[in-house]
Design a protein around this ligand. Structure first.
Ligand code: ZN
Length: 242
């Protein structure tokens, strides 16, 4: 069986837990994660099993909370399929699975509240450096790790510069730069072509989307665009095509 099919199953089964994570972490900056229903205020079901079997609804008033579980499951399955299909039976696949699931969380949170919380980006970056560093050490080859670190600096630096040029109104923020850095690390580890394709495809998709929204009048020049999901989309494309 293709490793991609197995990892896609892992992604799909993670859907409920990811959807609940999205609901709980979709809060404004500086606000603690949600632990209650936003409609009736009752606490969310507790315990590991309840977390894994999240239905996307409040257990008391049945209000829909957060994104649809099936949608998150499908997106997670696509992301985890991409890394499994690409890497196969490689120990580094573990790091990439965590990366894929983390990106799904970030993309949905960005859509919900237009921010990419550091509490997710930072562990994803740390996990990447440790995981990819270990893989490099075991393979006695530092080249992919170095390429990843350079990729992180290039991609993060590029988006940092863009955020600096257009400080507000265009939606490009520090969160996007940090996510771009994390994507640069993981895509750079795979290769220069993957890094270039991923960042270019993500930026192009975001630009095309923004222009089409401007043309149809659904977006004004001052409205913010969420870049996170587009960057993640570009990364998935690069992993699949590369
Ligand atoms: Zn409720």
């Amino acid at each position: 069986m293709d490793v991609g099919m197995a990892t896609a199953l892992v992604g799909a089964l993670s859907g409920p837990a990811l959807a609940r994570g999205v609901y709980q972490l979709s809060v404004d900056a500086g606000t603690p994660a949600r632990g209650t229903c936003r409609h009736c205020g009752q606490p969310l079901p507790r315990g590991g099993v309840r977390f894994l079997l999240w239905t996307g609804r409040c257990g008391y008033c049945r209000t829909l909370l957060g994104p649809r579980v099936w949608l998150v499951a499908i997106v997670a399955a696509i992301g985890t399929f991409a890394v499994g299909h690409r890497l196969g039976n490689d120990p580094v696949l573990l790091a990439y699975l965590a990366f894929a699931l983390g990106c799904v969380l970030l993309a949905f949170i960005d859509i919900a509240v237009r921010r990419l919380p550091d509490q997710l980006t930072a562990p994803l970056a740390a996990f990447g450096v440790v995981g990819l560093g270990t893989a490099s050490y075991l393979a006695r080859d530092a080249t992919p790790l170095l390429r990843g670190l350079i990729g992180a600096a290039l991609a993060g630096g590029l988006f940092l510069a863009l955020a600096w040029i257009r400080p507000d109104g265009e939606g490009m923020g520090l969160g996007d730069a940090k996510l771009a850095g994390v994507l640069g690390l993981y895509l750079g580890w795979l290769g220069w072509a993957d890094l270039t394709l991923g960042i270019l495809a993500g930026s192009t998709a975001a630009t095309v989307f923004a222009l089409s929204m401007l043309r149809t009048g659904r977006l004004t020049r001052r409205s913010a665009i969420t870049y996170g999901p587009f960057l993640v989309l570009g990364a998935v494309l690069a992993v699949l095509v590369g």
